[in-house]
Design a binder for this molecule. Sequence first.
Ligand code: PAF
Length: 282
Amino acid sequence: MKVFYTKKEISEFVNSIIREGKTLGYVPTMGALHQGHGSLIEQSITENQVTIVSIFVNPTQFDNKADLNKYPRTLENDIELIKKIDASIVVFAPSSKELYANDVNSKSYSFDGLEHEMEGKHRQGHFDGVGTILDLFFNLIKPTNAYFGEKDFQQLQIVKKLVSKLNLNVNVVGCNIFREHSGLAMSSRNERLSKEARAEAAFIFKTLKQAKIHFGTKSAAKVEEWVTNQFAKNTHFNLEYVSIANVNTLKPVKRKSKKQQYRLFIAAFIDNIRLIDNIALN
Ligand code: PAF
C-alpha cells in the first residue's frame, strides 16, 4: 500500500491520477480510525476510481493544548486497518512541520455566520483551523469527492461553505452517523472513555431519539428544556449546550416551520471527555 509523507510525493501522485482522467475520492481524518471512518472510506471506494485517506492531527483546530496532546495517535494500526479495507487506498500522513513549516497558525475565514454557532462558541478558533487545513489539503489533493460524517454536522456545513467561497471544484459528501451497538456515535474520543462511561454514554442517543418524538408536538424551546432537564438528572454528564437549529443556517429555531429542516445538537462531557451528537428532527 502506498503511504506518502511529503507534499511533493502526494502532489506527484495526484497529478498522475489527473493525467489518467480518474475520479479521486478523499477522506480526511485525524487517525485513531474506527468503523465510522471505515464507512466513509468504503463509500469513497464505491464512488471513485482512486481513494486517498489523510491522517493528520491538526494542531490549529484545537483550542485546548491538553486535548491536542491527549488526542490518540495510532498511525501503524490505522495503516493496517486501511490495508485490510483495500490495499489500493493511498494514505497521506504528513508531519506538522511538512504542512505548516514553522508557522503553525490558522488563516481566518468567514463562513457567513455558521462559525459563530454551537461548536464555534465553545471552541475558539476551531473552524478557522479546520478551514486552514482543508484549504491546504483540497488544494494538494484536488479530490473529485470528499467525505465527511454527519456527527460533525456543523463542520460538514462549514466545509461546503469553504468549498463554495474558495470556488473549489470538490463535491462535498455528507455521510450518515455510524453508531456503536448501544447507539453511541462513533468517535475517536470514545477510546478514552472508561468501560462504565462508554456504556453510560448511550444515554445521549437515547435522549436524542426521545426528543425527536417530543418535537412532533412541542415547541423547540420546550424540547430543549426537556433535554436540559434529562441531562441535569443524569449525574454522569455535564451538558455544554443543546440547540435545535435550522440545518442550513445552524441558527436556533424560534418558531417551527414545516418548510424548514431542523436538527437537535448536543455537546456534553462525561469523565471530562467531550462528546457531540445530533439527530434530524423532521
Ligand atoms: O473531522 C475531522 O477529523 C477533522 O476536523 C478533519 C476534517 C480531518 C480536519 O482536520
